[in-house]
Design a protein around this ligand. Structure first.
Ligand code: ZN
Length: 241
């Protein structure tokens, strides 16, 4: 089965469309949370993803717009975007977000937005944090998002955890070691590369590939300006931070 793995779309429809067009053939999409928040087209992104065969889990922004998280835990700009998103969501979108679970297990893969230990909130930014999380899932691989940075953490014997910053376009075999893999963000990359990030996974061949694709950033920025989303959120898209 060929799986298109996406995360942190953040209501950026132009970026989502670019990924869907670039990915070629896939059997199913796995979405790792934060379909909404920050960007200008929350309903459109939910509708677009709903039109495809897919599985999805909840992220912190998805929960925040539903009122399931305290807004004080978000920075000022994120909070403003969450409040704006709340006003936009139609009943279908609300029902979609309400139905999202925190964790899913599909075959040999666990899906969690932040981490398997604390799915909605924990950021896996260090090998120490990643290492501790290998005790919190049973499958060989855990797929996470949330940091908006493509990265792999490999569980090595002893107290070791290898951090790998993936190269795009390289077909990588899943080895003996368990891994936590982050595809990066479709709609708001934060690794200095403004192109949308995603992952293609072949569950039979047990290989995966990190990919990037450019999209019309100016179009998303124009839509954000039109609805007066925070300036910093608009500018960061073009620098990939
Ligand atoms: Zn996010």
């Amino acid at each position: 089965m060929r799986v298109l793995v996406i995360s942190d779309v953040h209501a950026n429809l132009a970026a989502l469309e670019a990924v869907l067009a670039d990915a070629g053939h896939w059997d199913v999409i796995w979405s790792l949370g934060d379909i909404v928040g920050y960007g200008p087209e929350p309903n459109e992104c939910i509708a677009r993803l709903s039109a495809e065969k897919h599985l999805a889990i909840a992220g912190n922004h998805d929960w925040a717009v539903l009122g399931k998280l305290e807004l004080e835990d978000f920075n000022h700009d994120a909070r403003r975007a969450i409040l704006w998103t709340r006003e936009q969501l139609n009943p279908l979108s609300l029902a979609y977000l309400q139905a999202l679970s925190e964790v899913l297990v599909e075959g040999d893969f666990t899906l969690a937005h932040g981490s398997p230990r604390s799915p909605i909130w924990e950021y896996l930014l260090s090998p120490g944090a990643a290492k501790a999380n290998f005790d919190y899932f049973q499958t060989s691989v855990c797929l996470v998002g949330h940091t908006h940075i493509p990265v792999r953490f490999r569980d090595l014997p002893g107290n070791l955890c290898q951090v790998i910053l993936p190269q795009e376009g390289e077909t990588i075999p899943l080895g003996q070691e368990r891994e936590i893999i982050n595809p990066g963000s479709v709609g708001q990359p934060r690794d200095g590369d403004p192109r949308a990030a995603y992952l293609l996974l072949d569950t039979e061949q047990r290989t995966f590939e990190h990919r990037r694709v450019g999209y019309d950033i100016a179009e998303t920025q124009r839509k954000m300006r039109a609805v007066e989303l925070p300036k910093r959120l608009i500018l960061r898209l073009e620098v990939g931070w």
